[in-house]
Ligand binder design. Structure first.
Ligand SMILES: N[C@@H](CCC(=O)N[C@@H](CS)C(=O)NCC(=O)O)C(=O)O
Length: 238
C-alpha cells in the first residue's frame, strides 16, 4: 500500500539492503482474494505488506526487514542481532502506529474530499463519485478489523503522545536510537507519517489525503520529531 507506514517500513529495509522485489499494489477488500490466492491463506488474517519469497510468506513488516537483513547487502539494520534491541522499539512503533491509524481514520471518515481521493485510480471518471460510499465502507471495515473502533480518539491520542514523548527524550542522546542507523529509527520515523506526512520531495500525496494524515495539534507540538524524521530521510532513504 503506497502510503501505509507499515509498507514503508518493509520497503525501506528492502531498499536499504538492495533486495529487488516485484511490487504489487494491495487495495483493501478489492485485492483481498488475489492476496489470499497468492499466499495460500484462505481463512487466516492477511494484511499489507506481505512478502512472498518462494514458499516463504511473511506478513509482518518486522519479519520482512529481518529477511532482507538475511538475504540482502549493506550495513546491518539490527545491531546486536535480529533478536536484539530493535524488538522493543518495534513494539513501541506498533502501539504508536495503531493509535495514529485510529486518529487518522476518525479524520478521514469526516472528510468527503479525502475519501474521494482514496477511490482507486483505475475507476473511470463516471463511476468515481458513485464509489465514494464504498471507500467509506472500506474505512469502517478497516477500523473494525484493526479495532480502531474499540479505542476512543482520546485513548489513541494519549497512547501516541506517550510514545512521541518517549522518542523525543531518547533522541536527546543522538540522532540514532541505537547509536547507529537501525530498523528502530525506520519504525519510529514512520510513526510520524500520522503526525505530519513527508514532504512532496519524498512522497507524492493528493492534497486532501495529505491534510487528513496531518494531526494539526501533534504536528505543532512535535516539530523537533518531524525535523528528525525529515533529516533521517535525507540522510538514509536513498
Ligand atoms: N503487523 C503488520 C500490520 C500491517 C497493517 O496493519 N497493515 C494494514 C495497513 S492499514 C493493512 O494491511 N490494511 C489493509 C487490510 O487489512 O486489508 C505489520 O507490521 O506489517
Amino acid at each position: 500500500m503506497p502510503v501505509s507506514p507499515w509498507s514503508e517500513c518493509a520497503r525501506w529495509a528492502l531498499d536499504h539492503h538492495r533486495v529487488e522485489v516485484r511490487r504489487v499494489e494491495y487495495i483493501p477488500l478489492l485485492a483481498e482474494v488475489q492476496l489470499r490466492f497468492a499466499t495460500g491463506k484462505v481463512f487466516a488474517r492477511i494484511s499489507s505488506p506481505t512478502l512472498i519469497d518462494g514458499d516463504l510468506v511473511l506478513a509482518e513488516s518486522l519479519d520482512i526487514a529481518k529477511h532482507a537483513e538475511l538475504i540482502g547487502q549493506g550495513s546491518t539494520l539490527f545491531p546486536g542481532g535480529v533478536n536484539g534491541e530493535v524488538g522493543p522499539w518495534n513494539d513501541r512503533a506498533q502501539r504508536a502506529l495503531s493509535a495514529g491509524r485510529t486518529l487518522y481514520f476518525s479524520r478521514l471518515i469526516d472528510d468527503p474530499e479525502a475519501l474521494r481521493e482514496e477511490v482507486p485510480g483505475f475507476v473511470p471518471g463516471a463511476l468515481r463519485e458513485l464509489s465514494v460510499p464504498l471507500v467509506e465502507r472500506t474505512v469502517v471495515y478497516l477500523a473494525s478489523k484493526y479495532r480502531a473502533h474499540a479505542e476512543s480518539t482520546a485513548q489513541a491520542q494519549s497512547a501516541l503522545v506517550d510514545e512521541l514523548e518517549h522518542l523525543e527524550a531518547c533522541l536527546e542522546r543522538g540522532p540514532y536510537l541505537l547509536g547507529e542507523f537501525s530498523y528502530a529509527d525506520i519504525a519510529m520515523a514512520t510513526v510520524l507519517h500520522f503526525v505530519s506526512p513527508l514532504s512532496e520531495r519524498h512522497q507524492t500525496l493528493a492534497r486532501a489525503r495529505r491534510e487528513a494524515l496531518r494531526d494539526a495539534t501533534l504536528a505543532e507540538r512535535f516539530t523537533r520529531l518531524t525535523a528528525w524524521r525529515d533529516d533521517l530521510y535525507d540522510r538514509q532513504r536513498k
